[in-house]
Write a protein that binds this ligand. Structure first.
Ligand code: NAI
Length: 331
């Protein structure tokens, strides 16, 4: 067996983490040859509850679980971290504007970015799940000047997987038969799930679906609003599917995307597709040997351009707000 990989998870006593930690311990994140050491980070108020989660993890008797550490101090929680999944965030409460949410999360991701900068392992890879995920990742990146910017990513894989599920349902194909879906932009209702380049069993998805009204009037809003629909149905947010998507994101980043396919990740823009450089926005990416690359040279039609620009404008607004609040610097 290889040496254990240290995986830090924040918000470790929360709902998503409850779905996430057991799958990490089982080997779903990094494969069945790689032991993991979990470093679990919570707020002081939730440490007691987290001790219960740690007891359950122990009781899983997972052969790959090399150790569990608990902390409420980011300076300890990110010590030696190879992978950090930042799930903990201040949730939006009644009457809170988006700007209040950005302000409430600013200090959390400022501190965590600084702690990652100081204490994480050289090969640290960061996935931000806690909302507003793209902009929280931007804040953490901005506060970690010694870590390559590209190591900071945010989760849009849940949206990507939701898009696959909708196409599978519409066409009767299996999820595994669907490839080259793209989610562009922000993990918010402005995201653009794009089927232009998607395939079903190797054929153009748009040709197989042959129903453009379904794409614009059903598919796009359903993917955008899926989180709200699940809260309405379940009375709680989509924690298990979010956890599953976080596993997929890190798994593919580290171990690679399938040949001929790509995935969606929110990553710092290199200026591709007209997205301002440094903005953490969702792109189609391929991953190989632990590195991701934005898929180049895809044709972007007029409809897609408008949708991408709309979501990117929202991200620019969020970025400028957190820069004005002093949580991030202009790169
Ligand atoms: P939750 O409320 O059950 O758990 C969040 C946990 O984070 C709580 O236990 C809380 O004590 C902890 N926490 C808060 N601040 C912290 C800090 N500074 N350090 C460490 N821990 C801290 O929420 P849940 O359902 O687990 O969701 C977590 C986040 O994920 C939310 O922001 C939610 O909006 C977001 N989310 C993102 C998705 C995505 O696709 N990007 C999908 C679904 C949820």
């Amino acid at each position: 067996n290889a040496a254990p990989v240290t995986v830090t998870v924040t918000g470790a006593a929360g709902q998503i983490a409850y779905g996430l930690l057991f799958r990490i311990a089982s080997g779903a994140l990094l494969g069945s040859d790689t032991p993991v050491r979990l470093r679990l980070l919570e707020t002081p108020a939730a440490v007691g509850s987290l001790e219960g989660v740690a007891m359950e993890l122990e009781d899983g008797a997972f052969p790959l679980l090399a150790g569990i550490d608990i902390s409420d101090d980011p300076w300890i929680g990110f010590d030696g971290a190879n992978i950090a999944i930042l799930v903990g965030a201040r949730p939006r409460t009644a009457g809170m504007e988006r700007s209040d949410l950005l302000a409430a999360n600013g200090p959390i991701f400022t501190d965590q970015g600084a702690a990652i900068n100081a204490n994480a392992a050289e090969d640290i890879r960061v996935l931000v799940v806690g909302n507003p995920a793209n902009t929280n990742a931007f804040i953490a990146m901005s506060n970690a000047p010694d870590v390559p910017a590209g190591r900071f990513t945010a989760l849009t894989r849940l949206d990507h997987n939701r898009a696959i599920a909708q196409v599978a349902e519409k066409t009767g194909a299996a999820a595994a038969d669907i490839a080259r879906i793209i989610v562009w932009g922000n993990h918010s209702a402005t995201q653009y799930p794009d089927l232009t380049h998607a395939t079903v069993r190797g054929r153009s998805a748009l040709e197989v679906i042959d129903d453009s009204a379904w794409v614009t009037d059903h598919f796009i809003p359903t993917v955008q609003q899926r989180g709200t629909a699940i809260i309405k149905a379940r009375g709680a947010s989509s924690a298990a599917s979010a956890a599953s998507a976080a596993i997929d994101h890190i798994h593919d980043w580290v171990l690679g995307t399938a040949p001929g396919d790509w995935t969606s990740m929110a990553v710092p823009s290199d200026g591709s597709y007209g997205v301002p450089e440094g903005l953490i926005s969702s792109f189609p990416v391929t991953c190989s040997r632990g590195e991701y690359a934005v898929v180049p040279d895809l044709e972007i039609g007029e409809f897609a351009r408008t949708r991408i620009d709309h979501s990117v404008a929202e991200l620019v607004g969020e970025r400028d707000a957190v820069i004005d609040l002093g949580y991030a610097k202009r790169s």
